[in-house]
Design a protein around this ligand. Sequence first.
Ligand code: ATP
Length: 454
Amino acid sequence: MAEKPPQPTMDTIVSLCRRRGFVFPSSEIYGGLGSTFDYGHYGVLLKTNIRNQWLRAMVQERDDMVALDSAIILNPRVWEASGHVAGFNDPLVDCRTCKLRFRADKLDDAACGRKPSKRPGETPDCDLTDSRQFNLMFETHVGALQDGSSSAYLRPETAQGIFINFKNVLQIARRKPPFGIAQTGKSFRNEITPGNFLFRVREFEQMEMEFFVPPDDAPRWHEYWIAERLAWYRGLGLRDENLRVREHDEQERSHYSSATSDIEYRYPIGWQELEGVANRGSYDLTQHTDHSGTKLEYVGPDGERYTPHVIEPAVSIERIFVALLVDAYDEEVVAERKRVVLRLHPLVAPVKAAILPLVPRDEGMASRARTLYEELRRHHVVEHDDSGQIGRRYRRQDEIGTPWAFTIDEQTLEDETVTVRDRDSLAQERLPISGVREWLDEALQQDSPSPRSR
Ligand code: ATP
């Protein structure tokens, strides 16, 4: 059996992201802003691919789903009804010695401000306050007045925008349970202890889907969505041994939930929530009905009426981003040199192929490479690279996870064929240059459950 590659540390992933321009610390020229990041070129491409794959699986390939894009700032009464104003709190403790703040329920994952090898409260010098509740919503003001009447919140989740549009979708999209509403977009939480790179940030992009079902069917649909989402991660190449499902016990569950299972990933910081799949019951529709006076229920053609129950798979692009990079990262020695390679699934790889003229000064090679590049880029994200030794160019592509490279060489000038190099196996074969476009289209269509298991 092949030896399992050791997992990279978070620092290794952070430095790769930085080096190759996936992610930069935000506002860096002003000293940064804790746990806030900007995405560079490859980061944007990877995020876009994650979002598109999610939309494809959740909306495009289903008959029972519609898409939505609701506002980030909603009427503040939404958050009263949802329970966020009163209850979206984390327990917080302060250390009087080091002046740091910690989440009381995550002390085991935190480091003491004076002795980072210890947990807060573990050294005799630590002086922790009692825990108190801290609301995670960011408050803002709408309009010119800055008084109580103008206060509003940046949404801490996209879900509520879906619930308040339930009636619109029911009537205008003429849906009947079971059906779902899916949306992606930024959410904001004033996390007490953000950190671990993108894993816990204050601004993140959620992908949430609310699936409305007849009440008796909710447990079955809950199981269905856990299985469906797990299969989606496997389909993007995440390895089985790094994925697991963990059911919340009663104390851990949110106020709205009647059952929640987390799909967890084995991050370098341990097993952590990647995605939550909750059975929210009728909590949200009932709350918004009570607070708004608008009945959010389903009425069938024969007069049957009920408040649907809701199953919610919720995840952030950031947590998938980190999981994909951790899972894909590999180092090996090839021809006595270390090679860093991201074995990303071709569907999420930022760049699908590189086009490389072996001798850029050679007019015949350069012009063929340019023509091929211009043809391919109309259909896929591809890169043309003619700077430096060919080995270095391959390695640059390996590091950003480009699955294939097409090289134009001396033989191309004789017989109009190119080599295609496979990122994972390093195998090379020749193809007619005129067939490259079709070859790439087909390669991207192929079902490859995990580049790791090839
Ligand atoms: P945690 O317990 O890790 O704080 P949560 O249970 O509060 O997470 P949910 O409210 O269920 O998270 O949010 C749904 C999803 O949104 C999570 O599964 C995660 O993928 C993502 N998410 C939540 N908070 C953050 C954050 N601060 N940074 C990045 N992603 C987040």
